[in-house]
Every structure is written in C-alpha cells, then in structure tokens.
Ligand binder design. Structure first.
Ligand SMILES: [Zn+2]
Length: 270
C-alpha cells in the first residue's frame, strides 16, 4: 500500500508557485476522478494497528498553520468531494504571554478562531500540534542541547490546545525542513505520529545538512525533479510513524500533471 500525502499552508495566491483556490480545486478534482478517498490520522492509526481497513485508494491532505482560509476556502474545496484534511496548529497567536515570537511575526497572517478550528474537527479533520513559536528544530538543538526549550514548545502548545479545544493533540508536524534527535525523542513521548515535509531532497538535522532519504532510511538516488526517491514520498506499512512524509503542493507537485503522476504512482502498488 502506498498512501499519498500532500501538504500546503492553505491558499497562497502570491509569490512563486502560488496555490490559488482554483489550483487547489483542480488538484482535488484529479484525486476524486482517480477514486481517492481521504483519511485522517485516526484512520491511519487504526489501520496500523490492524483495526481498520482503509479505502482502496486512500489519500491524506495535510495543512500546516492555523490560517483562516483553512476553515473556508480549503474546507469548502475539500468538502465538495467529501474529503477531510488534517490541520497542524502552532499556538503563539493564542498565547500572548509566551516569550518567543513566530519567525514571521505574530500578526502577519489572519488565523482561525478556536471555534473555527473546532468546526474543522467536528467535520472529521485531525487537529495536530506544530509547536508554539515554530522554531527551527535543528538550530534549537544547538542553542539548547538540554532540550528544555523544545519540551516547553511541545508542552505549552499541547496545553493551549487542550485548554481551548478540550483534547490533547496526538499528532505532530515538525517545523520547516528542520529536525533534531532531541525533538524526535520528545515528540515520541507525547504523540503517536510525527510528520515531515518534502520540498526538495535536503533536510537540516542536528545542525547539519542531510539528505531526506537518509533521514527516513530509504535507499536509492534522488529524483531528477529535485526531490527524494519516489519510495520516500508515500506512507507505507513500513513507514516510521515518527518520520511520515508529506509532499508540498507549492514545490514538487505544483503542476497538475505532477500531482496526477504522484497519485498514479500510488495506484501501481496498491
Ligand atoms: Zn510550519
């Protein structure tokens, strides 16, 4: 089984490779036409435990950052096909006394209210954690080798989500293309899944550059499109649950033909 999993930050209709509502709707139509059905992290967890059968053509749609357009433009585009997404929330905009800011400032983007995030959850979306202030985890492991700061980022994020939504998140999305051994060890104590982000073939790991494929222990050369080996781009039965992939829609899958090829690449093995 190969499960495709995409990632984006919601609608970004500016800059290089913009993700407009129209393009997102094009992607979702392709997935629907190919017979894909979305799953969330509860489905994935139950499947891994052997407690649930997945649809023949499962797909996951992840969204990082609690941007307002997830609740409206993205939710509406997905629900038109009966799809659900998974939203990973950083909590700094809801936690004004925290002493570190988001790298891009706390007010640059419009964020969902807790009511809006709760509405997504009621619709079947997974709501996962994404730290408080979105640190670069590779750099943070050098700045604070004791791990105190990453623990604070995880625990305070969890606490704020629990205080406002009434549950503890069980999934975590690593920030950017940064990773550390310290962060993963702490993530394993708190969550059932950790998810990475593929925008190219490189990652920052414990202060060093590393190939993504090496981090997730997939053999083979990187592909001509600049990304890791095809086998590293899907969730499979043998994927490390704390190093799950996700393919960014604004990079390697930006053309509808690339998105379609990614999905078709899952069919050949299912
Ligand atoms: Zn992020």
């Amino acid at each position: 089984m190969r499960i495709p999993i995409t990632m984006c930050h919601g609608i970004r209709d500016y800059g290089e490779n913009p993700l407009t509502v129209k393009l997102l709707r094009t992607f979702l139509s392709i997935a629907a036409d190919l017979g894909f059905e979305s799953i969330n992290y509860d489905d994935l967890a139950a499947w891994r435990l052997g407690e649930k059968k997945l649809p023949d053509r499962p797909i996951m749609f992840d969204f990082d950052h609690p941007f307002k357009n997830l609740r409206y433009e993205c939710h509406n585009a997905l629900s038109a096909h009966g799809f659900v997404g998974n939203a990973f929330v950083y909590t700094r905009p809801y936690d004004e006394t925290y002493d570190r800011d988001l790298p891009w400032g706390n007010d640059q983007y419009e964020h969902m209210t807790w009511e809006e995030i709760a509405e997504l959850r009621e619709e079947g979306w997974t709501i996962g954690a994404h730290t408080v202030s979105h640190p670069n985890l590779s750099e943070l492991s050098l700045i604070d080798p004791t791990g105190d700061r990453i623990r604070e980022e995880l625990d305070r994020c969890n606490q704020v989500i629990r205080d406002n939504l009434g549950f503890m998140p069980q999934e975590f999305a690593f920030t950017g293309t940064s990773w550390s051994s310290i962060a993963e060890a702490e993530v394993k104590k708190r969550y059932r899944f950790g998810r990475l982000w593929i925008i190219g073939s490189e990652y920052k790991v414990d202060g060093q550059s590393m190939r993504y494929a090496e981090l997730v222990k997939v053999d083979g050369l990187d592909e001509p499109d600049g990304g890791p080996p095809v086998a590293a781009r899907y969730i499979t039965e043998t994927s490390d649950p704390y190093r799950l992939p996700s393919m960014e829609l604004q990079y390697l899958l930006h053309e509808p033909s690339e998105f379609r090829a990614y999905l078709e690449g899952a069919l050949s093995s299912n």
